[in-house]
Every structure is written in C-alpha cells, then in structure tokens.
Design a protein around this ligand. Structure first.
Ligand SMILES: C[S@@+](CC[C@H](N)C(=O)[O-])C[C@H]1O[C@@H](n2cnc3c(N)ncnc32)[C@H](O)[C@@H]1O
Length: 245
C-alpha cells in the first residue's frame, strides 16, 4: 500500500488527541473490563495495538498483553507509555505466533484497514492459529455507514469547538467495498490531513469469514457493557470460539 494511505504513520501525530476528543480514551476502561473477562486473567494478543489505548489498561488489570502493529510511529507511542507490553512490528494480515493466547482481539475497526477479502480472511486465520484450545477472538467493528453519500461522496463533521474543526471526507467504491477517506483537522491557522483507506464488512460476512478459518460466533454485543446489538447499532463486538475440538 502506498505510504500515503498507511494508517499508523499518518495518524500517530494526532492519535492521542483524536481518540481523547472522540471519547475513545475514556471508553477504553470499559473495553479493558470486558476483554479481561474473555482473557480468563491470562494472556492476550492485540492486533493493531497502536498506542496501547486498550492494551495498557488491560495489562494494568493483570492480563499479559502482547501486540502487533505495522507502524513504527504507533509502536513508539506505545513504548513511551509502558514497558509492560511486548509489541512487535508485523502485518496482522499475515503473522505467525510462537505462543498461544487465551484471547486475541482487534478493536476500533482496525480490521477494516485490511483492504481485501483475502487479507481479512488471512488475518482471521492467523488469529485462529494464535488461540489456545479454549481461546476467544473478540472483534470490534463499525457497522458500515453508507447513508448520505451523494455521487459516491460524503463529508461528515466529526467535531467542532472554539479551537478545532474536524471533518472526514469519504469516496465510496461499492465494487470493492472500500472507502478512500481523509480526515481534515483545522486547528487555529493550521490544517492536518490524515488519509486512510478501509474495506467495510457487515457482521454476517465477518461470521462467514470466521467460519472459513474454523471459528464460530459465540456472542455479539452492541457495546462494551454487553448492550444488545440492534438494527440501530453503529458497531458490534463479536466473540468467536473454535468450531469443534
Ligand atoms: C484504529 S488504530 C487502533 C489502535 C488501537 N488498537 C486502539 O484501539 O486504539 C489501528 C492500528 O492498526 C495498525 N495497523 C493498520 N494496519 C495494520 C496491519 N496491516 N498490520 C498491523 N497493524 C496495522 C495501525 O498502525 C494502528 O496502530
């Protein structure tokens, strides 16, 4: 993928402030609380660990967290926050782990940053192989928001206050289920441009891909406090276990 679209290296400079403004730093407390239950207090591997927004609070709960990320800049943010988490540079679409984990998880729609069906299935296959026999895979994924596009384009205002205006522009490619997006962050006299690409999948497509690699849906929630997943949900938290012995 051209560097222009590589998420981590484009987003690292704004990531902590952006996730804080979006309420994702506060939410990480609830996220870690539920993930701890799925980890059985043991070990966990985060796919696309980023700055440790979730991995750090989870490790503070006594879970041995490890992580993979393909961005040096993101891994640097993580290493500034903690030395309790072993994290390495790698591609979540294709990794092999020596260890087996109680929990493998991929949150905040990171899975959508894999841009082909093949890469997404390969990620699930690697994740399944990294689970121990009773292990659990937890995926948090946004429900595709395809309303409001005009001629395949949409611009959304994400945040406004007296110092900041944050807009997101998307161009939709329905044939490949991809969005080419750019976040534009106006702050005082400067503007930061953070491009990225995503491939959206619906929850049932995710279930089918998981079944292809021997995993079966065990639970699905609409938020991190086990709220019901409904037709109005903007995301789902899907929990998969091995299908059979
Ligand atoms: C949306 S951020 C999520 C970070 C963190 N999991 C969180 O919840 O805050 C996505 C992360 O995945 C990483 N990433 C994107 N594509 C990746 C890939 N193919 N392999 C490994 N990491 C990837 C990015 O560098 C970034 O740190």
């Amino acid at each position: 993928m051209p560097d222009e679209f590589r998420f981590g290296d484009n987003w690292a400079s704004i990531y902590e402030k952006f996730t804080s403004i979006r309420g994702k730093v506060n939410e990480a407390v609830e996220t870690a609380a539920l993930l701890e239950q799925y980890s059985s207090g043991g070990s966990a591997l985060e796919l696309g660990i980023g700055d440790g927004r979730v991995g750090v609070p989870l490790s503070e709960r006594g879970v041995r967290v490890e992580g993979i990320d393909n961005s040096e800049s993101m891994l640097k943010l993580l290493s500034k926050r903690t030395n309790l988490i072993k994290a390495w540079k790698g591609d979540i679409a294709n990794f092999r782990s020596e260890r087996r984990y109680n929990l493998v998880y991929c949150v905040y729609s990171t899975f959508k940053l894999l841009l082909t069906r093949e890469a997404q299935i390969a990620c699930l296959r690697s994740a399944a192989e990294a689970l121990d026999n009773e292990g659990v895979l937890v995926m948090e994924l946004g429900v595709p928001a395809l309303d409001g596009f005009v001629n395949g384009q949409k611009t959304t205002t994400l945040f406004v206050d007296h110092e900041n205006t944050i807009l997101n522009s998307d161009i939709h490619d329905p044939l490949n289920q991809t969005l080419v997006s750019t976040l534009l962050w106006f702050s005082d006299t400067s503007v930061t441009r953070s491009p990225h690409r995503t491939r959206y999948v619906y929850h049932q497509e995710l279930d089918t891909m998981a079944e292809c690699v021997g995993l079966k849906l065990a639970e699905r929630w609409g938020n991190w406090t086990r709220g019901t997943f409904t037709e109005g949900s903007k995301r789902h938290i899907s929990v998969y276990r091995r299908n059979g012995p």
